[in-house]
Design a protein around this ligand. Structure first.
Ligand code: UDP
Length: 329
């Protein structure tokens, strides 16, 4: 399992682990798949996340470079490599059968044996024949609550493409406080929101551990008002997979999303997908909140569609396909 190695914030002594200390979409995907694969009896080498806790069946490599990864893989001798690094840690023609999950926008660096996260992401990459496997969630790692507190939640990087400002506008229209949780790397953007919505938006910083799972379980709803612009690499942003949607749903919390990218495909099952450009009136916000699904339905839907055992079974199928010489683009 190849994870992209990143330092933990400004701390040059630590790497972001699998699962991550705080923000980390790809790290959560790797952790959740590892949960499922260990349950299925696989033996796993995790590369690119030194400091992660080893478990029976899971070995954690210290490798963080392309060359060291190659050495670690040679020693381990995998049947199949699952690359989450967009080619950063694995050459175009690796020595082992490989499956690559595309976590970004646009066309992947290496197109062979890609798995996409949504039809929207797959279409935008120009692929027609590659498998689409949704992002997984392990319900055992989340807290489920039916009684909610009086706030709305934003959980993600506080950036224009993630719609943090739109979340504040929605919360103001709904007359509910908004807790903004996540790293804020664009400080002007954050300060703009706090200045324009002073009595609605509260910034609580990056969260992890029980603080994160409590927020997910206690919120009236999670706001994922992703916008089709301002992507991290510039240009159009098509939301590729959105881990937070399944995380909220297993916690019994509905999702108020936009229709950007994957959200049009997954949000309606556990909430709603509004037009990305909508600035809701108080009446519209109240109507949206009144129409959201109940916690029991949300958890059951998330486990059935995106539960880690369901998604692991789909990956095992593509691993077998790759390991027996299959190729696709
Ligand atoms: N996250 C977190 N703490 C934070 C903000 C986000 O643990 O303060 C997690 C969140 O729960 C999710 C991941 O980081 O698992 C973000 O992944 P997502 O796919 O939603 O967004 P992206 O990877 O596109 O930024």
């Amino acid at each position: 399992m190849l994870n992209p190695p990143h330092r933990y914030g400004q701390d040059t002594t630590q790497w972001i682990t699998v699962p991550p200390q705080g923000y980390g979409g790809i790290q959560w995907v790797a952790a959740t798949l590892i949960d499922g694969l260990l349950d299925a009896g696989c033996e796993i080498l995790l590369v690119g996340a030194p400091g992660s806790a080893p478990r029976p069946g899971l070995t954690v490599s210290g490798a963080t470079t392309f060359d060291a990864t190659r050495v670690a893989l040679r020693e381990f001798g995998p049947d199949v490599v699952h690359d989450h690094t967009n080619g950063q840690m694995l050459p175009a023609e690796p020595d082992w059968p490989a499956v690559r999950t595309h976590h970004l926008n646009g066309a992947p660096e290496h197109r062979a044996n890609i798995v996409y996260l949504s039809r929207a992401q797959c279409r935008a990459a120009g692929s027609t024949g590659a498998p689409i496997i949704r992002l997984p969630v392990n319900p055992d790692r989340y807290t489920y609550r039916e009684t909610k507190a009086d706030f709305l939640l934003f959980l993600g990087r506080v950036s224009a493409h993630k719609g943090a400002r739109q979340a504040a506008a929605f919360a103001q229209a709904a007359s509910l406080p908004l807790r903004l949780a996540g790293p804020a790397w664009e400080l002007d953007y954050l300060h703009g929101i706090l200045t324009d919505y002073p009595s609605t938006a509260e910034y609580i910083g990056e969260v992890g551990g029980p603080c994160r799972t409590d927020l997910l379980a206690d919120a009236q709803a999670l706001l994922v008002l992703s916008q089709p612009f301002g992507g991290p690499l510039g240009g159009e942003w098509i939301e590729p997979g959105a881990t937070v949607v399944a995380e909220a749903a297993v916690s019994g919390t509905p999702v108020i999303a936009t229709d950007n990218g994957c959200l049009a495909e997954i949000a309606p099952q556990v909430g709603t997908a509004l037009p990305a450009e909508l600035t809701p009136t108080p009446e519209q916000a109240a109507k949206v909140l009144a129409g959201l699904p109940a916690p029991k339905h949300l958890r059951a839907t998330a486990v059935e569609r995106w539960g880690h055992h369901v998604i692991t079974a789909k990956y095992l199928e593509v691993y077998r396909r790759a390991a027996s010489g299959g190729t696709w683009v």
